[in-house]
Write a protein that binds this ligand. Structure first.
Ligand code: ADP
Length: 452
């Protein structure tokens, strides 16, 4: 039954609409309104035909019965007959309604639905055709009303009307019909004009947005290429500084005093750190661009792998690490590995001297995401720094106290956001820290075909 209805509806839509007209034109909607009217009017007319046949039989109104069938036939032709333009279908449709309304006025007078039909035609015409055709219906409605008025006044009404009705009541009712038709002719086009300008504005905004996105993508690619080239070009002289410092040490080491050795050490260390900073910046720029392959990932295995990489630090600090039951999710494993690695490395690193790290990793399922917590018993972070530590190159300690370059949490935040989540800290100085982050269950990580 559903299939039959869909076929019926799409057949009428294919006859009564013009596919080439874009949605941004009110004609698209006018045609669709017309098609929808035809779709529903056919079954409704068939239902209405039953009391029509009964009335015609009871009062022997053969003319009315004939007219009902002609109207239904015309609407069926509008819906199903091939080879007619949409405009012609609209004219036939409204013409059929006109003939029905005149016949109804003729047989049933002002108490019947004839006048209602006249008003309905004005509305149908206005929602499916131009305003000028609305004016035409206003004129026709007025002429029909005047004609019946004259017929009543000059007494030849009885020859054309089966049932006479008083002229006074006819004038009262028909003048209201003319008034309402006039109101519709002025108001309904205003609605369509408003819609048209809204469509135009929307189209304009859409084009602007598309241009901006295109521009942004081009700029992003350019920036990525720039970052890549800069990092390569910057690392080359750094490598030279390091290797010449090594040469200097190896070749002239014996001639140099302790101070010179310290200077060489600082120069090599500085060059190494700068190299690390450049690598981290490049990694930061790659999150969400190069690392985009989504895979179904068992996070228990992923975290296990990280702990193996951290074995030396874990042994050295005698850390106690407990990992809860973690889910298997669709995500970018390369990024998520970096995220857990950063948080676990920090949890091991930011501890008071002699303190044995106690670290836990937990996962809680929420409606639309998973929430992960990485907690430690380390030195903690004062609340006023909770937002700042996620900034690029932001550190709270000097390098002689804790190694690092302040990029770990910035990269972590970007990874979480890439997965449609948030990251935040609960911590107080000397009271350990909990890093909580969420990862959307259905977040589609956007792919970008960038080669950097
Ligand atoms: P890095 O560790 O390389 O300095 P991060 O971006 O990972 O850079 O961290 C930024 C700062 O946040 C660190 O310098 C440190 O002060 C603070 N921090 C990060 N993790 C912790 C933690 N688990 N406990 C205490 N402080 C932390």
């Amino acid at each position: 039954m559903k299939k039959l209805w869909i076929t019926y509806r799409s057949f009428i839509y294919s006859n009564c609409t013009v596919p080439a007209i874009p949605q941004s034109s009110t004609y698209y909607w006018k045609n669709h309104l017309f098609a929808t009217t035809v779709v529903f009017l056919i079954p409704l007319s068939i239902i209405v035909l039953v009391p029509g046949i009964y009335m015609a039989y009871k009062f022997s109104l053969t003319g009315m019965l004939l007219s009902d069938f002609i109207t239904l036939g015309s609407i069926l032709a509008v819906a199903f007959m091939p080879g007619i333009s949409v405009f012609a279908r609209k004219i036939i449709f409204n013409g059929a309604l006109y003939s029905t309304s005149v016949v109804m006025l003729h047989y049933l007078g002002s108490t019947g639905p004839g006048l209602l039909y006249l008003f309905a035609i004005t509305v149908f015409v206005l929602v499916s055709l131009d305003q000028r055709y609305g004016y035409l219906t206003l004129l026709l409605n007025t002429l029909i009303c005047i004609y019946f008025g004259i017929a009543l006044h000059y007494g030849f009404a009885s020859s054309i009307l089966e049932k006479e009705y008083p002229l006074d009541s006819w004038i009262a009712v028909s003048s209201n019909l003319v008034f309402l038709s006039g109101t519709a002719v002025f108001l309904i086009p205003k609605l369509f004009n408003g819609l048209q300008s809204a469509f135009e504005k929307q189209e304009h905004l859409k084009n602007k947005l598309e241009d901006s996105v295109e521009n942004l993508n081009a700029k992003n690619k350019e920036l990525e290429r720039f970052a890549y080239t800069v990092s390569h070009d910057l690392k080359e002289p750094l490598r030279m500084v390091r290797s010449f410092m090594e040469l200097l040490k190896n070749k002239y080491g014996k001639q140099l005093d302790d101070k010179a050795h310290t200077y060489i050490h600082h120069a090599v260390d500085g060059a190494k750190r700068m190299g690390d900073n450049i690598d981290d910046l490049l990694q930061y720029s790659r999150i969400g661009r190069k690392y985009t392959t989504i895979e179904k990932t068992d996070l228990n295995r992923l975290v296990d792998g990280i702990l193996k990489n951290l074995t030396a630090d874990i042994k050295k600090t005698q850390a106690q690490i407990s990992i809860g039951d973690l889910p298997t999710m669709h995500l970018v494993p390369v990024s998520i590995k970096i995220l857990f690695q950063n948080l676990l490395t920090n949890a091991l690193k930011y501890q008071s001297d002699g303190q044995r790290p106690v670290i836990t990793v937990e996962a809680k399922e929420k409606d639309t995401c998973w929430q992960f917590e990485v907690s430690d018993n380390g030195i903690g972070i004062e609340p006023r720094y909770h937002d700042q530590v996620f900034a690029v190159f932001k550190r709270l300690h000097t390098r002689d106290k804790f190694t690092g370059n302040g990029m770990g949490l910035a990269i972590s935040k970007k990874i979480v956001e890439q997965h449609g989540g948030n990251i935040w800290i609960e911590s107080n100085q000397e009271q350990g820290s909990t890093f909580t982050f969420t990862i959307g269950k259905h977040h589609i990580v956007k792919k970008n075909n960038d080669s950097v």
